[in-house]
Design a protein around this ligand. Structure first.
Ligand SMILES: NC(=O)c1ccc[n+]([C@@H]2O[C@H](COP(=O)([O-])OP(=O)(O)OC[C@H]3O[C@@H](n4cnc5c(N)ncnc54)[C@H](O)[C@@H]3O)[C@@H](O)[C@H]2O)c1
Ligand SMILES: [Zn+2]
Length: 327
């Protein structure tokens, strides 16, 4: 189908039919046999570069050309960078028009498309600009992942691992049973992973407390991601979070780290990036979930028992970072 060749492009679809997240591909196609022919089709190059003021301007300009009025939904088909940016543009257009997401990456399907956080990067810092704007619907079609490069599949896999670890030993056991995260192996776990995120987001949509647990692994993960972008050799978001979770387990979960980390070593299938701790710490200090300049971290007291807002000192970070580099 056409749809496979135009992935990670955004479509602006002025219709108001989508109100229900329980769509399947057949249902969409049945409703929109010619949906690729809608007049307002806006190809966008995905990637972190889109999450910028220039990217938003391009989407606003397209919305203007399409004459998107108040209450008219816009839809995005693409990875997390596309849904983050279109979400931002839609949340500010005429003080907010509804959005519908059709994620095409695993990161998008289990994480970025859900929960209503929109985000842009600024001056090299990840997700510093953003709004809350929950989608009307998210349509998840796992078959769309068949074309996804292995590295990107692995990136989403680490968000699924994160959801399992913060949720319950049962969820973790299902994830830990997967030795090689192929699409075939992980597809049956996608809907549970979405459900874990949605459950947390529904309890705390504006991240007053509980929702912070979704940041597990992300303090170090975001720093590595920003560092790798700044070096011109970007590592995928989820892979950085994978390294970040190993660091966080080693730092905050001595009772379970030795049982869990070997699974990560197998999934990461690569050594830790040899970054001096002193080069990562400044990125961590700027992480937006900190309070002032104090770095706050999520730790797991046990599988399924995360604790948030745990202060982290530079000396502790450095010591554990050097430990994981040596391991
Ligand atoms: N808003 C949130 O709550 C939230 C949560 C997690 C991540 N994010 C953000 O999402 C972004 C990462 O998302 P991502 O990994 O989807 O990045 P992405 O959008 O850059 O997509 C990754 C790559 O996959 C390609 N691609 C997309 N779909 C494909 C398909 N089906 N087949 C083949 N290739 C395909 C893209 O062109 C791109 O090169 C980050 O910017 C992160 O900050 C946001
Ligand atoms: Zn993430």
């Amino acid at each position: 189908m056409e749809i496979y060749t135009k992935l990670n492009h955004s479509i602006i679809l002025p219709t108001s039919v989508f109100h229900d997240a329980r769509f399947t591909r057949d249902v969409i196609v049945a409703r929109y046999p010619d949906w690729m022919d809608v007049p307002h089709w806006v190809p966008l190059e995905g990637g972190e570069g889109l999450k910028s003021w220039a990217g938003v301007e391009r989407i606003w300009a397209a919305m203007e050309r399409a004459g998107i009025g108040r209450g008219q939904p816009v839809a995005a088909v693409g990875g997390g960078t596309v849904t983050d940016t279109l979400g931002f543009a839609a949340s500010t257009w005429k003080r907010g028009v509804p959005v519908l997401f059709m994620p095409t990456t695993l990161v998008g399907m289990v994480d970025a498309a859900h929960g209503g956080k929109t985000a842009l990067n600024f001056h090299g810092f990840k997700n510093i600009l953003g709004t809350h704007h929950a989608p009307e619907a998210v349509i998840v079609v796992p078959e769309w992942l068949e074309s996804l490069p292995e590295q990107e599949l692995r990136s989403g896999w680490f968000e699924m691992v994160k959801h399992a670890l913060i949720s319950s030993p049962r969820a973790w056991d299902r994830v830990a049973a997967i030795r090689t995260p192929t699409l075939e192996a992980i597809a049956p776990l996608i809907s549970e992973s979405c459900a874990i995120k949605l459950d947390i987001v529904e309890q705390d949509p504006f991240e007053q407390g509980l929702r912070k647990v979704l940041n597990f692994g992300h303090t170090v993960g975001h720093a590595l991601e920003a560092w790798s972008n700044a070096k011109g050799n970007p590592l995928p978001h989820g892979v950085c979070v994978g390294y970040g979770m190993v660091w966080a387990l080693r730092w905050g979960s001595p009772a379970i780290a030795d049982d869990i980390i070997p699974h990560f070593e197998n999934w990461l299938n690569a050594d830790f990036p040899r970054v001096p701790a002193a080069e990562l710490w400044p990125w961590m200090v700027h992480d937006k979930k900190n309070s002032g300049r104090e770095v706050r971290e999520v730790v797991l007291d046990a599988v399924g028992a995360p604790r948030w807002d745990v202060p982290l000192k530079e000396s502790e970070f450095v010591e554990t970072w050097e430990h994981v580099l040596r391991a």
